[in-house]
Design a protein around this ligand. Structure first.
Ligand code: CS2
Length: 457
């Protein structure tokens, strides 16, 4: 280990932490080199019983920044597990190499390696580029450009996640590198089936000859993921430096809780993630519903309503008795539809209250508010539809949609949602979420009424 003669103590610690371990061989590709991946799937792999055999080559979703930062640290970074009573620090050693989205040559080469057994994805809900009905969104200009590019040149890669996967799979087929698993880790129900449909639609349109190979060689695994991971702040960077004596340019702060439930086959093998607590099941639906409705639905409720009461973080919001009542009301509405015993749901909700109350986390409501047009259909609409079918107006679900309308039409929190540009009122919001909802007059009136009530907050 070379340490510069003039290095201070901090540099020496950093040097030993950041250079001492040989990188494990690359057997996993990851797309979406963000904080959530580094707190979740990377953590599970680092803690698996056979971690030494499973290195990850990770690619960013867009620019080179995070890949450059991590490459300069040999792929190592500090994970800060932030409990209410204090922080724990660990270096996560699974990133064997980090690449920018534009490193197409490496992307194709890695796919063509028989050593690579799977691709994990954290590309956000919007990254799936699908229509409200779940089809590949052919009107998305980036999708249209990628389709044209791959039709014209089978070696092209593209910029959308689906195109990049199809391009990688084409390289794998050409190399005869064998079967592979694709493992989406985003908050969508049945995300394996979602991805399978998009990959097949893209392939059918751009590279139809690849379709048969995908049928026989690609396993689409569904996974439900959970670990609250806010964006890193300059305070977090400073906290790591003051606690450990070295400067990590890209630490990740996360909560102690984590969950990963998977369903599907890994034809080329996988790490022994069960040794780090992952659960393998054949019936993932109840886990998905519990997570997406009770946790993510509650997050969206707070993200759109709590800023109207002056709150910026989840921790602030849950201490406000009004927001807390709204939350409990949502759980009363959604809980009965989750296919799990009532006692189990109750302890899950109690744990959620504790997790949300961790005020050391500074989880910004603005971060959660992004891309509501993609999030509400999976977090809130399934419960809303069931309640409407039973003839009821579910107040908390309606309040969440009303809060979204206030968010899109107000100025409390910046709006990041390219799909929602045309929303001006309750009717256009409902129309965007699900055109059949606009014909429900009672619902429209209820959303309008809740918008008025929220604006009075
Ligand atoms: C949040 C999620 O930003 C959001 O939409 O609801 O990122 C949430 O923190 C994670 O799903 C927790 O596992």
């Amino acid at each position: 280990m070379a340490v510069a003669a003039a290095a201070g103590v901090g540099d020496v610690v950093r040097d030993s932490l950041f250079r001492s371990r040989p990188a494990p061989p690359v057997r996993i590709l990851h797309l979406g080199l963000g904080n959530f991946f580094r707190a979740h799937q990377a953590w599970y792999t680092a803690h698996a019983g056979d971690a030494d055999a499973w290195g990850v080559a990770a690619f960013t979703g867009r620019g080179p920044a995070m890949a450059d930062t991590l490459s300069a640290q040999n792929g190592l970074y500090t994970l800060v597990t932030r409990a209410p009573g204090g922080d724990e620090f660990e270096t996560v050693p699974v990133l064997s190499d980090s690449h920018s989205a534009g490193d197409h040559g490496v992307w194709r080469r890695r796919f063509a390696s028989p050593e690579v057994a799977m691709v994990t994805l954290t590309i956000t809900e919007a990254g799936y580029t699908r229509t409200g009905a779940g089809a590949l969104d052919l009107e998305n200009p980036a999708v249209a450009r990628d389709l044209a590019a791959l039709r014209a040149d089978a070696q092209a890669v593209g910029v959308t996640a689906v195109a990049r996967l199809v391009a990688g799979l084409a390289a794998r087929q050409a190399a005869g590198a064998g079967p592979i698993a694709l493992v989406p880790c985003d908050n969508l129900p049945d995300n394996g089936a979602v991805l399978s449909r998009l990959v097949r639609e893209f392939t059918g349109s751009a590279l139809p000859a690849l379709g048969g190979w995908i049928d026989s060689h690609v396993s689409f695994v569904t996974s439900a993921v959970d670990r609250i991971t806010p964006a890193t702040t300059t305070d977090d960077v400073a906290a790591v430096e003051s606690a450990l004596g070295y400067r990590d340019a890209a630490p990740v702060v996360t909560e102690p809780f984590r969950e990963w439930v998977l369903c599907g086959d890994f034809p080329a093998g996988r790490p022994r993630w069960e040794t780090s607590g992952a659960v393998f099941t054949t019936d993932i639906t109840p886990y998905e519903q519990r997570k997406l409705w009770l946790l993510n639905g509650a997050h969206s409720l707070l993200a759109y309503t709590a800023p109207l009461r002056g709150h910026r973080t989840v921790g602030e919001a849950i201490e406000d008795p009004v927001c807390r009542d709204w939350l409990e009301q949502w759980w009363r509405e959604a809980g009965p539809y989750v296919g799990l015993p009532a006692a189990e749901l109750l302890s899950y909700q109690q744990a959620l209250v504790d997790r949300f109350s961790n005020r050391r986390m500074h989880h910004q409501l603005a971060q959660i508010a992004m891309d509501g047009s993609q999030k509400l259909p999976v977090r809130v609409l399934p419960v809303l539809r069931r309640e409407r079918a039973a003839g009821r107006i579910p107040e908390a679900a309606v309040r969440t949609i009303a809060g979204w309308v206030c968010h899109l039409t107000g100025s409390v929190v910046p709006v990041v949602d390219s799909r929602a540009a045309g929303v001006r009122d309750a009717d256009s919001a409902l129309a965007l979420l699900d055109s059949t909802l606009v014909t429900d007059r009672e619902l429209r009136v209820a959303v309008d009424e809740h918008v008025r009530r929220l604006l009075r907050q």
